[in-house]
Design a protein around this ligand. Structure first.
Ligand SMILES: Nc1ncnc2c1ncn2[C@@H]1O[C@H](COP(=O)(O)OP(=O)(O)O)[C@@H](O)[C@H]1O
Ligand SMILES: [Mg+2]
Length: 366
């Protein structure tokens, strides 16, 4: 059997501005029907990568392939309008003077009239807006305009959809619904999708695969579950959620902390390590006459702490503790309502199987 050919492949793309590499050797493959999210903080080079694939910006080096065919390298370049790539950006402005049907049919000028109308109606049906076919953009809500923009981008059956923070202009409640709907329509069309976002939640919700980008480089790539549960380093943990950190030093492949010892296999003696864990993996116990729970092999040792503040967040409560052992702050989240008084003494343990032990190059940088 022949190996499947990616719908989109970019190899070693590089782009410099003012001598600084903003996209630094980025490679990616996306199969038809696959949604890949390029996820990273603002300024890391996501939009520049997308613009090079769209063809509105030229790379300094590297190449781009669609269905195995070269469309752009430093010697050869298919112009943007012939790349069969659909675009959807945050500022998706519809043409205000054109009807909804003509907006959606904008890229279908060469199609005969009946086929064009059929394609327009089919897409509007699927984004649930057929009733607005002869309406105008100003008659639609923000979410509805967004769906028209999606239909417009999909109308010419692009092989690839590039989406740059397309949902960031929408309000929160609407956004989840539109994301899900958009995903359904994209999957039906079997396009390869590269979606750029700086929001981990959005990437987790939309992506088959996440490519985590930082300072112009893809630093980690994989299914959302793997990227979330096997983070590369402390920065990756913090990017997805609040993170707590303990500092320790390795001795005999173990890192000794106030919560007990953590395994640090293969890490040389004397290496400083960060032990990183998310607030939902902290367990809270009550004080029993000045004592906490008895240490166990699985839960380690409990550490004594004082409640600094507690906030109700809707589905969970966030409690901040000041630790007795060094005065540092740790955060814990607990489901539902849990609002202990500031000053209350409690004992914390950590879910050891959910901790990440990262060697630190130099303590001064952490
Ligand atoms: N045309 C340009 N000229 C100079 N610098 C640019 C240009 N476009 C983007 N940059 C810089 O490149 C970096 C990456 O930008 P961008 O790709 O827009 O990041 P992102 O989309 O991840 O927020 C930023 O530091 C930005 O200021
Ligand atoms: Mg951007």
């Amino acid at each position: 059997m022949q190996a499947a050919i990616p719908r989109l492949e970019i190899r070693n793309l590089k782009r410099r501005y003012d001598g600084r590499a903003v996209v630094d050797d980025v490679s990616l493959q996306i199969m038809p029907g696959q949604v890949t999210c390029l996820l990273g903080p603002s300024g890391c080079g996501k939009s520049t990568t997308l613009r090079m694939i769209a063809g509105v910006e030229m790379q300094d080096s590297g190449s781009i392939y669609v269905d195995g065919k070269l469309i752009c390298d430093t010697n050869f370049r298919v112009p943007p309008e012939r790349r069969e790539i659909g675009l959807m950006f945050q500022d998706f402005a519809l043409f205000p003077h054109l009807s909804v049907a003509d907006n959606v049919g904008f890229g279908l000028k060469t199609m005969d009239k009946a086929a064009r109308r059929a394609r327009i109606e089919d897409l509007l049906e699927r984004v649930d807006l057929k009733r607005f076919v002869d309406g105008y953009p100003h008659q639609l809500s923000g979410g509805e305009q967004q769906r028209v923009a999606l239909a417009r981008a999909l109308a010419p059956r692009p092989r690839i959809m590039l989406m740059d923070e397309p949902f960031s202009g929408l309000d929160n409640r609407l956004r989840d619904e539109i994301r899900d709907h958009t995903l359904t329509v994209l999957k039906e069309e079997d396009t390869a999708v590269l979606l750029v976002t700086h929001e981990p939640d959005e990437a987790m919700r939309m992506a088959d695969e996440i490519a985590l980008m930082r300072d112009g480089k893809i630093v980690q790539q994989g299914a959302p579950y793997n990227v979330y549960t096997r983070p590369l380093d402390r920065a990756s943990v913090s990017f997805f959620s609040d993170a707590n950190v303990l500092h320790a030093e390795v001795s005999g492949a173990l890192a000794q902390t106030p919560f007990g010892r953590f395994l640090a296999p293969g890490v040389p003696d004397g290496t400083p390590v960060d032990i990183v864990f998310r607030p939902q993996h902290v367990r809270i116990d009550f004080d029993r006459g000045g004592k906490g729970p008895v240490p166990t092999a699985t839960d380690g040792t409990a550490a004594r702490a004082t409640v600094a503040r507690a906030r109700f967040m809707g589905n969970e409560s966030l409690v901040e503790f000041v630790m007795d052992y060094d005065g540092s702050t740790l955060k814990a989240t607990v489901p539902n309502v849990f609002l202990p008084q500031p000053g209350a003494v409690m004992w914390l343990t950590i879910r050891r199987d959910r901790c990440f032990v990262f060697p630190v190059a130099s303590r001064s940088t952490s």
